[in-house]
Design a binder for this molecule. Structure first.
Ligand code: RB5
Length: 147
């Protein structure tokens, strides 16, 4: 299903329930998952969790993250403060596909108040199975974001 070696997953309180469901879904596919929290639905600031996953992505190779909050917006804003992180807030499979193909997205950001569990899993599947199209124009544009 995916060439990623490891998947880091995290959420705030709004995304907690969906994270638990997604984690179970990914574990049944024998993927290497690391849950960075939260571990109970207690109120948590999404930038704290985004930071943990973003730093894992900065240090790792062939790894990917999934961040879940209420809308996916706060998580993507926070994650994208970290150099080399390309967090994509996706609400459809086509967004997930092109975030990988053209933008080489390395964190998928989802909104638990926007998506139902079925669609969230479809988006994750498409994201994980889609490879970056490593064409010069895409590489050039991505490089410009890190300058
Ligand atoms: C928490 O209520 C909510 O603001 C947060 O999960 C997220 O949607 C922010 O972008």
């Amino acid at each position: 299903m995916t060439n990623f070696k490891k998947i880091y997953i995290g959420s705030d309180h709004a995304g907690f329930e969906l994270k638990q469901d997604i984690k179970t879904y990914l574990e049944t596919m024998s993927l290497d998952i690391e849950d960075v929290g939260i571990f109970s639905p207690k109120t948590t600031d999404y930038p704290d969790i985004a930071k943990i996953v973003a730093k894992k992505i900065q240090r790792g190779h062939g790894v990917v993250g999934i961040l879940i909050c209420g809308t996916g917006i706060g998580m993507s804003m926070a994650a994208n403060r970290f150099k080399g992180v390309r967090g994509a807030g996706c609400t459809s499979e086509i967004m997930a596909e092109f975030s990988r193909k053209h933008n080489d997205a390395n964190i998928l950001c989802l909104g638990s108040r926007i998506l139902n569990q079925v669609l969230a899993k479809q988006i994750i599947k498409r994201f994980l199975e889609t490879e970056f199209e490593a064409e010069d124009r895409h590489k050039r544009r991505i490089k410009k974001m890190d300058r």
